[in-house]
Design a protein around this ligand. Structure first.
Ligand SMILES: CC(C)(COP(=O)(O)OP(=O)(O)OC[C@H]1O[C@@H](n2cnc3c(N)ncnc32)[C@H](O)[C@@H]1OP(=O)(O)O)[C@@H](O)C(=O)NCCC(=O)NCCS
Length: 187
């Protein structure tokens, strides 16, 4: 692994899957934004990614990516450090994790765990002690993944949110979910 963030849980297959050693976990750059749309699957989220990048420049958000080989983005996670919903992100103690995904053919190799750890360490280092997220009730694999990483369900969420797509058209999403919370270790 080239990154300073190394996989501390080597899997027996790791020597076979030597592509895993080509992976770097790093902060997202402006030039990563187009690749975060995954060849069209997430083009509709362009404004969200651009706004989050802008907020990251102002210290209000974070973007972490998984880079495979030179400059191929295969996963990402976004963080809001401050939100109008203070129960999700309050700017001082609590951060909100969203748009966390690894490209399908790269899943189940420990990259999600690495990316999550990078995001958690990042906010811990600036003094935050809690990570929150909202996961769809039907996304059982992700719920299990988060539980294995110390997240606990704390409340149901109506899962209603509004965004503007790349054509500036307004969309309303209704996807009932669970709010999950992890208390992060204090340094
Ligand atoms: C959730 C998600 C980000 C996890 O990413 P991932 O890279 O598959 O995560 P990991 O590989 O760290 O862990 C996943 C599984 O692989 C297993 N695993 C971990 N390291 C492994 C390795 N080296 N080799 C094989 N399996 C491994 C883990 O035991 C884990 O098992 P589980 O599914 O029973 O929990 C990914 O599934 C994803 O992108 N899902 C779609 C988007 C999504 O739902 N995001 C969450 C929205 S809130």
């Amino acid at each position: 692994m080239k990154s300073s963030i190394r996989n501390n849980h080597p899997h027996p297959e790791e020597t076979v899957n030597d592509w895993v050693s080509q992976v770097i976990i790093r902060k997202g750059k402006r030039t990563d934004l187009p690749q975060m749309e995954w060849d069209g699957e997430f083009t509709h989220l362009r404004q969200i990614y651009a706004n989050t990048y802008k907020r990251s420049r102002a210290g209000l958000a974070r973007i972490w990516v998984v880079e495979f080989h030179p400059q191929v983005i295969i996963g990402q996670v976004l963080l809001q450090l401050k939100s109008i919903r203070e129960d999700l992100a309050d700017g001082v103690d609590r951060a909100y994790l969203f748009s966390f995904r690894i490209k399908p053919k790269f899943r189940s190799q420990g990259l999600g765990a690495l990316l999550l750890t990078a995001a958690e360490s990042d906010v811990q280092q600036i003094g935050f002690h809690e990570m929150t997220l909202i996961v769809s009730k039907v996304n059982e694999r992700a719920i299990q993944f988060y539980q294995q990483h110390g997240y606990r369900i704390t409340a149901p969420e109506r899962g209603e949110w509004v965004y503007r797509d790349h054509n500036n058209e307004r969309h309303k999403v209704v996807d009932p979910g669970w709010k999950m919370v992890k208390v992060l270790r204090r340094y």
